[in-house]
Design a protein around this ligand. Sequence first.
Ligand code: ADP
Length: 270
Amino acid sequence: MPSHEIDVLQYQITQEPYYQPTGNEVALYEAAYAERLPVMVKGPTGCGKSRFIEYMAWKLKKPLITVACNEDMTASDLVGRYLLDANGTRWLDGPLTVAARIGAICYLDEVVEARQDTTVVIHPLTDHRRTLPLDKKGELVNAHADFQLVISYNPGYQSLMKDLKQSTKQRFSGLNFDYAEGAVEAAIIAKETGTDEDTAAKLVKIGATARNLKGHGLDEGISTRLLVYAARLIKQGINPNAACRMALVAPITDDADIAATLKHTIDAVF
Ligand code: ADP
């Protein structure tokens, strides 16, 4: 598809996303973008990686194309494929190709989930070539000058089998993310949901306890995303205790003992 047929505006972020910086990540990202360095954002799920990339795309005024990666994803899902329609076959660009053509920031979320043959298609886009070969179509796409590739990666729960290859890793610069420190995380929850700061601080306290259980029965601690969910339920008038059980316990564990420990913590706080 010629790039002029793509509706670029749909990928533009028009409203400033709320993002609370926790260090110098904004300046670091801006420098990486200025050099068009590929960036890997690393950290546990729900700690603000995607929000950060949305914010940066808005700040840099670049379109953002996000792809949630999964294990069934093939290279064609990223690059494109021929489709059959009434007039015969028609090539349809995949999201990575669209991003390369229009000069978007392409954010591959949880890229390690994708199969390795999928991961390698990004290689020529990440080095000096900045090209994307569409083998099936016999076309070599030269990336637009504004194009940048970003991947997210959660080193925590991946098995060794699913780790990214060094040959892929070493094509990226990296920014480490983690749950924001207590007072900042409470401020994020309050700002994001409109809940009062006292409630936000209590939720953060529960989060901190659960994060200590990581590796002792929990694969991942309670994310900022889930604390935000709990705050939203409380804002709807749900009793805080019930809100926490729904948002902070049920989704993260099937283990009765761990659930009991978490419920005990909630009872002590609310
Ligand atoms: P992930 O790291 O999995 O990409 P998200 O970026 O989706 O996580 O963050 C999950 C939620 O946590 C966001 O929707 C937002 O409500 C909240 N959040 C986490 N960190 C921040 C932050 N620094 N500023 C604003 N919101 C944040």
